[in-house]
Design a protein around this ligand. Structure first.
Ligand SMILES: Cc1ncc(COP(=O)(O)O)c(C=O)c1O
Length: 472
């Protein structure tokens, strides 16, 4: 047998990574033909800044996508990962776990509210959404309610791209192309107070968006409903920040009906609302809390499902009758990811980045409110901590939307990108979610670039379209 090296295919130069013929070899999240006209290929990052391969600098007002909680190029996290690389990079998942995973699970149990205490680690958000759906179904089977399998979630929500998480999600733009969805998923209207789906006005609405969930359960048959899955503050749909009564009402319904309440805190967790978890911000403890994105700060893939002690206990029975929690992936509890997670949480706690999130969140809110005073096409400003959004309207009094084809928010977002600002944009809203380490000056710079972009796009296309729509 002859031995020898296999010739490696030549690698393209970094400078070529923006050329269309090379970009055609990769699927990205954006619509590719559109994206490839002005592709963004990030080369490096530091603090709250990115630089793309052309050398252009961007202020990161969205933490990548609500991920980079402790900023880019954070030395504490990098050193922790380097140290871990020399010790253990993978532990056999079919045979146990590793010290970093056990330590992180215990730290999360310490930090999570109430008796949320037993943790399942995975790599991404959708994976822990799947885990929570399975946990709810298996829990009811183990505790004498085997008929409970339905999951109630909300229209306009986003829980991830895997088919279970996608079935729970409520975004038609991402679902229709993949239909049919899995059976057993029921959707209710979200608490979009600014545009109440029931035509009511807070606080005289009786919080119908929450109370009606019990009617839906009655119609479905309570003995078939396993869990209610909600983001405490919805993201897609334009940062849906519920009235304070909403989550406590869902909690009461779940308690009455033996239904598990699952909070998808994949965005809101790890300090984004100014507390470690939005569960604390709203004073409601779910049965299962899901966190991801900011947990490892983007330094390694990591997510966690944290469940309450009585639920975990149901999985602790004798092997003859209890198979344990039947859920797993190869990379769960990876020691590198868990080392990153431990370092991120230490960084947040030691630097009190939760206080910074509250302080800079208030400053960001002030900035957005000032923009609302300046521009008549801003109808609403909402969100909590470092998770805030602006909704655009053609007319504040009627809340009429700007015409869809105008895609005002998209135009503003693209102009902001041209001016070196990354934010989340949609035709009718824009959101910011900067890293928890953001400073006052950086918040002001982010708002200033948005201000400039709003003004330019309004002068270019907004004024004319708005007057045309109010005359029609
Ligand atoms: C609220 C929420 N849940 C779940 C997910 C899915 O997470 P992932 O993309 O890591 O699978 C996302 C992703 O954006 C999200 O925003």
């Amino acid at each position: 047998m002859t031995t020898g090296t296999i010739p490696l295919p030549g690698l393209i130069e970094e400078a070529q990574t923006t050329e269309e013929n090379f970009l055609r070899q990769i699927f990205v999240r954006d619509q590719m033909a559109e994206w490839s006209k002005q592709p963004i290929v990030m080369a490096r990052a530091d603090g709250v800044y990115y630089w793309d391969v052309t050398g252009k600098r961007y202020l990161d007002a969205i933490s990548g996508i609500y991920v980079v909680s402790v900023g880019h190029n954070n030395r504490r996290i990098i050193e922790a990962i380097k140290k871990q690389l020399d010790v253990l990079t993978f532990s056999p998942p079919m045979h146990g776990t590793n010290p970093q995973a056990v330590q992180l699970a215990n730290l999360l149990a310490e930090l999570a509210p109430g008796d949320l205490s037993t943790v399942k680690f995975q790599c991404g958000g959708a994976e822990v959404v799947e885990a929570a759906i399975k946990l709810a179904r298996q829990y009811h089977k183990l505790t004498g309610s085997p008929g409970k399998y339905k999951i109630i979630s909300r229209y306009q929500s986003w829980h991830g791209s895997t088919l279970g998480a996608l079935s729970a999600s409520g975004l038609k733009s991402r679902k229709t192309v993949n239909e049919p969805m899995a059976p057993g998923f029921i959707h209710v209207f979200p608490p979009t107070c600014y545009r109440c789906p029931f035509g009511k006005t807070y606080p005289d609405c009786g919080i119908t968006c929450a109370t009606i969930v019990e009617d839906v359960i009655a119609m479905e048959d309570p003995s078939t409903v396993a869990a209610i899955l909600v983001e405490p503050i919805g993201h897609t749909g334009g940062v849906i920040d519920p009235p304070e009564e909403y989550l406590p009402i869902l909690r009461e319904i779940c308690d009455r009906q033996n239904i598990l309440l699952i909070f998808d805190e994949i965005i809101t967790g790890i300090g984004r609302t100014g507390r470690m978890f939005a569960a604390e911000t709203f004073g409601v403890t779910p049965d299962v809390l899901l966190t991801a994105k900011g947990l490892s700060g983007g330094y390694a893939p990591l997510s966690a499902m944290i469940c309450r002690r009585p639920i975990a206990l149901a999985f602790w029975g004798p092997i003859a009758t209890n198979p344990g929690f039947v859920e797993g992936h190869t990379f769960e509890g990876n020691p590198i990811s868990c080392a990153a997670g431990l370092a991120v949480l230490r960084e947040i706690l030691e630097r009190d980045l939760l206080a910074n999130a509250r302080e800079q969140g208030a400053r960001l809110r002030g900035g957005f409110e000032a923009l609302k005073r300046k521009y008549p096409f801003i109808g609403d400003v909402r969100g909590k901590g470092l998770f805030q959004a602006i909704e655009f309207v053609a007319d504040r009094s009627t809340k009429a939307r700007l015409p869809d084809p105008m895609a005002f928010g998209i135009q503003v977002g693209r102009r902001a990108l041209a001016h070196g600002l990354l934010c989340r944009f949609d035709p009718h809203w824009i959101a910011f979610g900067p890293p928890l380490v953001v400073t006052a000056e950086e918040v002001d710079s982010m708002v200033a670039i948005l201000d400039r972009s709003l003004g330019e796009i309004w002068d270019q296309i907004g004024r004319a379209a708005s007057s045309a729509s109010s005359q029609s």
